[in-house]
Design a protein around this ligand. Structure first.
Ligand code: DOR
Ligand code: ZN
Length: 428
């Protein structure tokens, strides 16, 4: 469609502090106009224009999830670029940044290039990739940072594995600084007892950041002490940011304990105490935690039900509902602050386009129905993963349309035909 006219929505753009009822006109993939009442007279355009009635809907910049495991290459039985992008679109995300712990891992420039080329063909949403900090995520030899930057990686992480050797992290930090890439350490053990998080954050701040002040984005904070350390580093003026996942601000270790442990409550970092959950919420409220990201980590049922289940839970299709219900509705964050942590904050940290609405900018837009009450049914998800700890939860708020570069890639709205209609709508 050459043009879209989105009418009567509440346009919320934290980047420009906009919260107003406006129409938005999109022409050839870009935002052409934002005004209270747009009238299109051009008959050429009118003929090619889709009009969307967004009364009682919230229009935000396309949501960004900076922590997604797409599993391609190597584990396409768990997820593919195509299926993860459908899950993203269904959840209201126009942009994802994917982790490099694939098989083989994305640890050289050529693999960065390959994955981006593949995503260009397969992804419905804007697809970015991390590269590893170290070769094979083994924590020993730093990757070719210059090369991976040249090929388009937007950050460095050995997600899933900590970098224990401070000398290695310092070398990575020097290169990350030189080539302006955020470092996103995974500050936790690979196997229990899962006690490393705060210790490693402290060590990185003390021994790396204070000496080589380069951007550290701390993935998935889960402990009260971690929040305290990041708050302190920020007060000190160090270039740090942090993220939290929906499972860490909604679930505690108590929920995973049934008669037998449900493997869909096992992830890394693990669920913590109620006090930690409260600290994560407080960290979000106080802006110690800048970003909300899903850590979408699909695994098969068979793997999850095995003797040693792999860690991780899916999240692309529940994140927005959990944020709206458990942060906004429960008054921990205002809607604007919640959306900020899923749009302009992540875009700014990773230096990627998007996260804001404005004339002339690419039309990446999410339309949200804040009153849509729904029940989480993992069997209906677009993701191949079913490892969701929120099955049966009642949530308020859902993406009803996802627009990437002016194209409607997902719609739950009436009369928008010929678009990707999510499974849950087909079946309900
Ligand atoms: O729960 C997790 N799953 N944490 C990680 O760090 C890795 C991820 C995965 O790849 O499954
Ligand atoms: Zn992860």
């Amino acid at each position: 469609m050459e043009a879209l006219l989105i009418k009567n929505g509440r346009v919320l753009d934290p980047a420009s502090d906009l919260d107003q009822k406006l129409d938005i006109l999109v022409v050839w993939g870009k935002i052409k106009e934002m005004a209270p009442e747009i009238k299109v007279d051009d008959s050429f355009l009118k003929e090619r224009m889709m009009v969307i009635d967004a009364t009682n809907k919230i229009i935000t910049p396309g949501l960004i999830d900076v922590h997604v495991h797409a599993r391609e290459p190597g584990e396409e039985y768990k997820e593919t670029i195509r299926t993860v992008s459908r899950a993203a679109a269904s959840g209201g995300f126009t942009t994802i940044i994917c982790a490099p712990n694939t098989i083989p891992p994305i640890d050289n420039p050529w693999r960065v290039k390959r994955i981006i080329e593949r995503a260009r063909k397969k992804s419905l949403v804007n697809f970015f990739t991390y590269a590893c900090i170290t070769k094979g995520m083994k924590g020993k030899k730093v990757v070719n940072v210059e090369g991976i930057k040249r090929e388009g990686a937007v950050g460095l992480t050995d997600d899933g594995f900590p970098v224990r050797d401070i000398k290695v992290m310092k070398e990575a930090a020097k290169l990350a600084k030189e080539f302006s890439l955020p470092i996103c350490p995974h500050c936790e053990e690979v196997k229990g007892p899962f006690l490393l998080e705060a210790k490693l954050i402290k060590r990185y701040i003390r021994s790396v950041l204070r000496k080589i002040p380069t951007h550290f984005h701390f993935f998935h904070l889960s402990l009260k002490e971690s929040v305290r350390l990041v708050a302190e580093a920020k007060r000190e003026g160090l270039p740090v940011s942090a993220e939290a996942t929906p499972h860490h601000f909604t679930l505690s270790e108590r929920e995973k304990m049934g008669e037998k442990i449900n493997p869909n409550f096992l992830m890394n970092p693990p669920l913590r105490s109620l006090e930690d959950v409260a600290a994560i919420r407080e960290g979000l409220r106080e802006n110690v935690i800048d970003v909300i990201a899903s850590d979408h980590a699909p695994h098969t049922k068979k793997e999850k039900n095995s003797q040693h289940p792999p860690l991780g839970v899916i999240g692309l299709e529940t994140t927005l509902g959990l944020v709206l219900t458990h942060l906004v509705k429960s008054k921990i964050l205002s809607l604007k602050e919640a959306i900020r942590k899923m749009t302009i904050n992540p875009a700014g940290i990773f230096g990627i386009e998007g996260g804001r609405l404005g004339i002339g900018l690419p039309a990446d837009i999410t339309i949200i129905d804040p009153d849509w009450e729904w029940t989480v049914k993992p069997n209906l998800f677009e993701s191949k993963g079913r490892n969701c700890p929120f099955a049966g939860w009642r949530l308020w708020g859902k993406a009803v349309m996802t627009i990437v570069r002016g194209e409607v890639i997902m719609s739950r709205m009436e009369k928008i035909k010929g678009r990707f209609i999510p499974k849950d709508l087909k079946k309900s």
